[in-house]
Design a binder for this molecule. Structure first.
Ligand code: GDP
Ligand code: MG
Length: 313
C-alpha cells in the first residue's frame, strides 16, 4: 500500500476530518462571531449540533447542561465555555461501562444490518483485530443470499489469516450457523464471527431468520458469550437510528459498529446513537483497509473531533 503506518489516534483524526470541518468549524465561527453568551448564541449552537447529526435529544441535553454551568459559573464570554461544551458532548456519549468481554472470552458474535452498511468488511477487520490479540478466530459466511457474498468474505478471511465456514449460494443461513457453531466448538475457536445477509425476500423474512440463527446458537452453544452487533452506516445519518430500532426487535443488540466515519461530515451520529438508543457504539470504521476499525472511546472521539492535543501525538 506504500502508505506509512499511522498511529491509532492519527487515523481516527483523519477519519473524522469531514465531521470536524462541519461541526467544529461551525462552532468556532459562532465562538468568534458572538461577543457574549446570549439566546442567539445558544440558538446558533443548537443549529450546528443538529446539522452535525447529534440528534434532537442529545443536542438539547448538551445545551441544558451547558446553560446550567454557564449560569452557575457566571460566564459571559463564549470562549469561556468552549471547553464546557466539549465536556458536555463527551458526557452525553458516556453510556457507562462499554463491554469488550467477548474479546477475551469464548464467544459467538452475530453481525447484522441492512445491505451495504459494511457488515462483511467489519467482520474481516474485526477478525484481524482479534487475531492480532492472539485469539483463535473463525468466521461464518451466513449471507447465502447473494452469490458474491461468500467470495467477498473468503477474501477477508484470507487477508485476516483466519478460517471460514461457508455455505453454498441459496443454502439455509441457519444451517451455515449450525455448522459454524459446531466447528467453533470442535476446533476450540475463541471467537466465532458470523456475517449475515442484509436482505432476504422481505423484511419479515430477514428478522425471522435472525431469530432462528439466535435460537440455534443458544441451543448448540448454551454457555458461550453472545454478542449481537448491528452495523450502521455513519453516512446515513438519522436513518441509522431507525435501522437500529428495527433490528432491536429481532435480536438483543449488545453493541453497534458504526462504519464509514471517514466518509461523513455527520459523525455526530455517534453521539445521537449512544444517547437515543442507549446501546454502546463498540467499534467505528474509519476507512476501507483492514486496520481501519477501532474500538470506540468517547474521550478519544471527542478529542479527535475537537482537535484537542493529547500525549499520543
Ligand atoms: N470508507 C469506508 N468504506 C467502508 C467502511 N466500511 C465498509 N466500507 C465500504 O462499504 C461497502 C459495503 O461494504 P460491505 O462490507 O460489503 O457491506 P455489507 O453489505 O453490509 O456486507 C464496501 O465498498 C466497503 O469497502 C468504512 O469504515 N469506511
Ligand atoms: Mg455483506
Amino acid at each position: 500500500m506504500g502508505e506509512e503506518k499511522k498511529g491509532f489516534f492519527a487515523r481516527l483524526k483523519e477519519g473524522l476530518t469531514k465531521t470536524r470541518n462541519n461541526i467544529v468549524h461551525g462552532i468556532d465561527a459562532i465562538f468568534s462571531g458572538f461577543s457574549e453568551i446570549d439566546e442567539d448564541f445558544y440558538e446558533e449552537l443548537e443549529e450546528i449540533l443538529i446539522m452535525g447529526d447529534l440528534g434532537v435529544n442529545a443536542t438539547s441535553e448538551i445545551l441544558e447542561r451547558l446553560k446550567a454551568q454557564v449560569r452557575s459559573q457566571g460566564l459571559k464570554k463564549p470562549e469561556e465555555c468552549r471547553q464546557l461544551l466539549i465536556d458536555s458532548i463527551r458526557e452525553q456519549m458516556d453510556v457507562g461501562e462499554t463491554a469488550y468481554d467477548f474479546e477475551k472470552e469464548q464467544s459467538v458474535v452475530l453481525v447484522i444490518g441492512v445491505n451495504g452498511v459494511g457488515k462483511t468488511t467489519s467482520v474481516g477487520k474485526l477478525a484481524a483485530l482479534l487475531k492480532g490479540q492472539g485469539r483463535k478466530v473463525l468466521i461464518a459466511a451466513a449471507d447465502t443470499f447473494r452469490a458474491a457474498a461468500g467470495e467477498q468474505l473468503a477474501q477477508w478471511a484470507n487477508r485476516a489469516g483466519v478460517d471460514m465456514i461457508g455455505g453454498r449460494e441459496g443454502a439455509d443461513p441457519a444451517s451455515v450457523i449450525f455448522d459454524a457453531v459446531n466447528a467453533a466448538r470442535a476446533r476450540h475457536a475463541d471467537v466465532l464471527l458470523c456475517d449475515t445477509a442484509g436482505r432476504l425476500h422481505n423484511k419479515k423474512n430477514l428478522m425471522e431468520e435472525l431469530k432462528k440463527m439466535n435460537r440455534i446458537i443458544d441451543r448448540e452453544f448454551p454457555d458461550v458469550h453472545r454478542e449481537n452487533l448491528v452495523v450502521l452506516d455513519g453516512t446515513t445519518g438519522q436513518n441509522a437510528l431507525v435501522q437500529a430500532r428495527e433490528f432491536s426487535q429481532a435480536a438483543d443488540l449488545t453493541g453497534i459498529i458504526l462504519t464509514k466515519m471517514d466518509g461523513t461530515a455527520k459523525g455526530g451520529i455517534a453521539v445521537a446513537i449512544q444517547s437515543e438508543l442507549g446501546i454502546p457504539v463498540k467499534y467505528i470504521g474509519v476507512g476501507e483497509h483492514i486496520e481501519d476499525l477501532q474500538k470506540f472511546d468517547a474521550e478519544q472521539f471527542v478529542n479527535a473531533l475537537f482537535d484537542v492535543k493529547t500525549e499520543e501525538e
